[in-house]
Design a protein around this ligand. Structure first.
Ligand SMILES: [Zn+2]
Length: 477
């Protein structure tokens, strides 16, 4: 975490440095100048001193509520594990505590001697540093950084993206060993950052439109989609190259009794694959739009379709923590493992059927999104399995509805309740006999080892037929 923090701060300094350079300079020339500055420690420290208000302004947003002015900095710092608070009257450097000097100790980052004990909290990083570097003898459980490294790390305040939902704060920031690459993603993300703070969402500097996210992965996926849409609009040809080389660090806290509880910290890689999924998704919507235009319907926007799909993944619950839990599980698997978690999708469906009955409407644009993911990730064999099993499920659902009417739901639950692979196949055979239809179960037999997943795909297909709310799920191809 320490190097991520440092690299991110360095990238922010680079972004600011670029703005001070004449436009006539080539990118490489600017970089050379910056490298020269880094090498001259004293001058670099001076540069960081001169611009220190800029990084803090990323989170220091004054907002009026009930006639009172809120300062986000205080709020952010208050979520840290430390009981110390930043004191507004002091300057920034004093505020973050550069007070205790130890001439003999070495800097935890660069190793140079003459360090300052970081006595104040450095949200959002200090707690995680403790978690990851607990073996380090850092005196009073704090890091020791030289004054230059402290300043560089401080600059990452200008390069984080954060949101608050109920008691949870989520932060993400781009990371790479190369500050230039971080700067490339950061400057793009800053374009979709909230420019002036909104009264309703005072504690966010970036947030998805039309989606109430609570957990970190669901928040990040929605933001990545917004970034995708933005880069598409700008015809940003470089975005995929940038995403191939930059990671995202995702940190999430839940606050309780004045303490922040770290419960999520992830490094996400291969973000370009996620963008490839979005590309497939958008292409399918363009096709769909064309067929819709023929029928003179309202044209669909990718954001609207994405939000419909994503908002269909919530369940009943008293708060976002409960409602969004399964959506978070599903999204996390997609972001981290680049896989579709069919079992969780089925849990979403079955839970909604249980609580809403026939008022429930199946996941919007289910087929379209599943196929976009499988195509985006180039999973040809998985596509075959999905199409085959999904079709069996859909056919079963249609037939059950025709023959059994509303009691068709019982067939769905019978299959859902099976406990072993052979139980599952037996249940299918029984339903088959009941409905007097013959099913091609070869694909199911061949995938017996992952029968729970196969069952989930089949049940989703079936539920799609039974709970489509009077409309067929939209075919995308
Ligand atoms: Zn240092």
């Amino acid at each position: 975490m320490l190097s991520e923090w440092y690299n991110n701060g360095l990238a922010e300094a680079y972004i600011l440095f670029r703005q001070t350079q004449p436009e006539s300079l080539e990118v490489e020339e600017v970089k050379d100048e910056f490298e020269k500055l880094i090498k001259n420690g004293e001058k670099f420290e001076q540069f960081l001193d001169e611009n220190k208000d800029v990084p803090l302004n990323n989170i220091k947003i004054q907002t009026e509520r009930d006639g009172k002015t809120f300062d986000n900095v205080k709020w952010l710092f208050s979520l840290s594990s430390s009981t110390r608070r930043i004191i507004a009257k002091r300057g920034i450097w004093e505020g973050i505590g550069f007070r205790v000097v130890n001439k003999t100790k070495n800097c935890s980052i660069c190793g140079s001697s003459g360090t300052k004990l970081n006595t104040a909290l450095l949200f959002p990083f200090d707690r995680k540093v403790l978690n990851y570097y607990c073996g380090l003898d850092e005196g009073a459980n704090r890091l020791r950084l030289c004054s230059l490294c402290q300043r560089i790390c401080f600059y990452s305040f200008g390069n984080i993206f954060y949101s608050k939902s109920n008691d949870r704060v989520t932060i993400f920031f781009p990371n790479s060993d190369n500050y230039e690459k971080i700067a490339k993603l950061s400057t793009r993300l800053k374009q979709i950052r909230i420019q002036s703070i909104e009264k309703v969402w005072p504690f966010c500097n970036i947030r998805p439109e039309g989606i109430a996210a609570y957990y970190p992965s669901e928040f990040l996926l929605s933001i990545l989609f917004a970034l995708y849409r933005w880069s598409n609009e700008k015809e940003d040809k470089e975005i995929l190259n940038v995403l191939e080389e930059v990671n995202i660090e995702l940190v999430s806290y839940a606050a309780g009794r004045g303490l922040a509880i770290y419960d999520s910290y992830e490094t996400l890689t291969k973000l370009d694959d996620i963008f490839r999924i979005f590309t497939q998704f958008e292409e399918k919507i363009i096709l769909l739009k064309k067929s819709q235009e023929l029928k003179e319907k309202e044209p669909l926007s990718p954001t609207v379709v994405f939000n419909w799909f994503f908002n269909s993944l919530t369940i009943e619950g008293k708060d976002y923590e409960a409602k969004n839990r399964l959506r978070e599980d599903w999204t996390k698997t997609l972001l981290k493992k680049h896989k579709i978690d069919f079992i969780t999708l089925n849990e979403v469906v079955m839970d909604n059927i249980k609580t809403k009955g026939y008022a429930y409407r199946f996941i919007s644009f289910y087929n379209l999104m599943i196929k976009s993911i499988l195509e985006g990730l180039n999973m040809v064999n998985e596509m075959k399995v999905f199409e085959h099993v999904n079709a069996i499920g859909y056919g079963l659902g249609k037939e059950a509805e025709n023959l059994m009417g509303k009691s068709a739901q019982s067939a769905l639950w019978d299959i859902f309740r099976t406990r072993t692979a052979s139980d599952f196949v037996d249940a299918l055979v029984k339903v088959q006999i009941k409905l007097r239809m013959s099913l091609d179960l070869r694909e199911i037999e061949a995938n017996k080892s992952r029968w729970r997943e196969i069952r989930a795909i089949l049940l989703n297909g079936m539920a799609n037929a039974l709970f489509r709310g009077g409309k067929k799920d939209v075919k995308s191809d």
